[in-house]
Write a protein that binds this ligand. Structure first.
Ligand SMILES: Nc1ncnc2c1ncn2[C@@H]1O[C@H](COP(=O)(O)OP(=O)(O)OP(=O)(O)O)[C@@H](O)[C@H]1O
Length: 302
């Protein structure tokens, strides 16, 4: 058993009929910090979470969470893990103070001041029914409940889906506040790169059930560059462009998004007749989406 990793999978596969949702995934998530999992729709993120939480059995391989086999979690193990998903399901007929009291009885490590601090980001009254809360308020309540359990690991499956900018900001601030002591590891999946850029310390990219890369978000961003070149005629055959993620021709200029290319890329463009060349950094959104789009549609040959 390795306790340095809050999550560890070995050759983890999940197949639904003829379709692989996870393919021989080897993933290690170290303790501490906020880890974001990103991937296109259907990449296997929710499947991974469901296996890790013991809701779903793998087809092959193993998954460990907090050092335990995810398929053999005890109630005590589950008490060390908080889970929030996009649905924010709580009993609709209960009042906020009733839900809170029930949770407080359930979790011996309950942290009332933290609960109040996190819920304080929202204008929720203790006497309100769950059914009366807005989606963002329900998300905030869910997060406050999950954090107040004092979990060692908090698993969030697209927790800010459908929230407006203000609710999203409140959610993220609460999340970052909770993580300041680093005694709670957060693993979180989202399609919202602006959020990930703000809160995540580590970026895990899944593609078609396989692990593509793990690194700090800014390290990943530094690997991707955007080049605009004035090349007469068609320019080089896209199949020969090193590290190509995307190419577009706009107003007679070639726009290239490339991975792992240094200054040598300018030489490549010059060798193909480029007259003016500009390299620009990109944000996480463009870097990740360019990376993921590469295998969705190969660039057409010139
Ligand atoms: N119960 C199921 N039966 C059959 N196929 C399934 C089932 N659940 C998921 N899949 C398939 O497994 C793959 C992974 O799905 P999963 O929900 O894990 O992806 P995801 O990365 O969470 O996607 P999204 O970003 O769209 O939420 C998809 O191709 C999906 O169609």
């Amino acid at each position: 058993m390795t306790t340095d990793f809050v999550i560890e999978t070995r050759a983890l596969s999940k197949r639904y009929g003829g379709k692989f949702a996870l393919r021989s995934l080897d993933l290690q998530v170290p303790r501490g910090h906020i880890h974001a999992i990103v991937g296109a729709n259907g990449a296997g993120k929710s499947t991974l979470f469901r296996i890790l939480l013991g809701f779903l059995a793998p087809s092959a391989g193993e998954a460990r969470i907090l050092g335990r086999d995810s398929q053999r979690l005890t109630p005590d193990d589950r008490g060390r893990i908080g889970f929030v998903n996009e649905e924010h399901t709580l009993p609709a007929w209960m009042r906020v103070h009733e839900v809170t009291a029930a949770q407080r009885r359930l979790y011996p490590r309950w942290k009332q001041p933290l609960f109040e601090e996190v819920l304080g980001h929202y204008h929720v009254l203790p006497t309100q029914k769950i059914s009366e809360l807005s989606r963002g308020e329900r998300a905030g309540l869910n997060l406050a409940l999950a954090l107040a359990q004092g979990p060692e690991l908090l698993v969030l499956d697209e927790p800010t889906l459908g929230l407006d900018v203000v609710a999203k900001r409140a959610f993220l601030e609460a999340l970052m506040y909770s993580n300041t002591g680093d005694d709670c590891t957060v693993i979180y999946c989202s399609h919202q790169m602006d959020e990930i850029e703000r809160v995540a310390d580590n970026l895990i990219i899944l593609e078609q059930g396989e692990l593509r890369t793990t690194s700090a978000p800014d390290e990943f961003v530094a690997r991707v560059t955007y080049w605009v070149a004035d090349i007469p005629f068609k320019g080089p055959d896209p199949r020969n462009v090193p590290g190509l993620l995307q190419v577009q021709r706009i107003d007679g200029l070639h726009h290239y998004l490339v991975l792992d290319q240094g200054e040598g890329f300018a030489d490549f463009l010059r060798a193909h007749g480029a007259r003016s060349i500009n390299a620009m950094p990109v944000g996480l959104d463009r870097a990740v989406n360019g990376f993921l789009a590469k295998n969705h549609a190969a660039p057409a040959a010139a």
